[in-house]
Ligand binder design. Sequence first.
Ligand SMILES: *[C@@H]1O[C@H](CO)[C@@H](O)[C@H](O)[C@H]1NC(C)=O
Ligand SMILES: *[C@@H]1O[C@H](CO)[C@@H](O)[C@H](O)[C@H]1NC(C)=O
Length: 488
Amino acid sequence: MLPVLLLSGLAAGVRAVNNGLARTPQMGWNNWNSLGCDVSESLLLDTAKKLIDAGLRDVGYNYVVLDDCWSDGRGSDGYIRVDKVKFPNGMKSIAKHLHDNGLLYGMYSSAGEMTCARYEGSLDWEKQDAESWASWDVDYLKYDNCYHRGRFGTPEISFNRYNTMWQALNATGRPILYSLCSWGEDYVHTWGMSIANSWRMSGDIYDSFTRPNDLCICTNAADPHCVAPGSHCSVLNILNKVAPYADRGQPGGWNDLDMLEVGHGGMTDDEYVAHFSLWAAVKSPLLIGADLRHLDAKTLTILNNPAVIAVNQDPLGRSVTRVRRDTDVPKDKYGVGETQVWSGPLYGGDEVVILLNAVGEDLEMSTDLNEIFFSDGPEGSAPQTKEKWAVYDLWANRMDDGTAQRILDAPVTELESVFSKANVYNSTLTPYVEGLKAGDERLMGKKVGELAPGGELKATVPKHSVKMYRLKSLENGGKRYSIHRDEL
Ligand SMILES: *[C@@H]1O[C@H](CO)[C@@H](O)[C@H](O)[C@H]1NC(C)=O
Ligand SMILES: *[C@@H]1O[C@H](CO)[C@@H](O)[C@H](O)[C@H]1NC(C)=O
């Protein structure tokens, strides 16, 4: 059976959380990775302006999410109070400002008696807190897992604790994107989609590509002894944890690999490219974690690559899966080293392929159509293996640093002409699904070759980086899968 038919059959039966949100993974910004508790009204408003002026809102980053440390205890009426020093005009005024600027507002709490930074938590106050967020016109809740008074240990206990908030949010009548953050505990990948729009499947990320750390002791999410998901999890650690569950994401509910470290400073440019590519292709929410007030050109050219974002926002909503992992390769100074191949279906019968080199030296890597289409039929039985394919490199048209710098330097009055000269993709004007239907070249990447039936895809992959490709069938004048386009 063809993958697209199979998948649309699956989608019809889906009973994911039914609030109409996150039909593709949510995108936006969250302050935690770079600023922690250093939050304020001006931070949110300055960041909103930067999202717009740097063109990031208009490639899809539309949620501005305030993390921990915003409250000031709970009043005797049972309702949580806003810290008036940090947020002198209250939350509703921030929501209004964001909405007036084409953005959405996200806030944070914990399913515990305290938040992780030991502010007021929402456990047993779900109704009051959901009412507060709805009354402030909030659009998104990140709901953490600290200080839960021991209410975890089985999937059902965790489910019930998080379901209380989903029911409370639902009862407000306001569609609020529910971003569940239980760090992968209690097999959240088996129940998260019933009550939430995304679920974190790992402890917190940190700004390292491969370096192990004692605070992130779990390497395998299926390990029943993995009782401390922790923090300081590397990109590779998180990727290896999501691999067995990558296919659980679906329109309305996504595996959340945690916020992006891109631009934070601890990884090389190649490592950030790999991190961003894989988060996009696994269909993780893409929440920028850098302090955008100090955004640099190189960071912008990773975050604004429309060909990679189009994979994340693909209307089929299917994650890549890992089709090969080799650990018998040279190790780096931390004893870590491996290569991986990931692939998965895209809209219109296209296929995305990622070659990941997590070894401390450049490598020749290769895969072939049998491996790429493994999920559609093992050992070369998939029909796609008998076709010809065009290969498009999704990073070849990355914006150059000079153009990015011109965007960052332009006075507001000149931005329009700078954007138009740079021919940037604008998803506010043309949503990704429309751009994909029209075959917009900016979403396709650059054609770098063709594969004959059964053909091999080879590339030199720099150390700690990826090659990321979109494959398009050349059968029938490229119309091989056109019948399925109408279904979407
Ligand atoms: C994108 O299009 C919208 C709607 O036309 C417009 O308001 C916005 O300025 C455009 N953004 C960019 C970066 O060109
Ligand atoms: C509440 O849940 C019902 C049942 O799933 C759903 O149809 C409705 O859209 C939800 N409303 C909100 C505001 O989340």
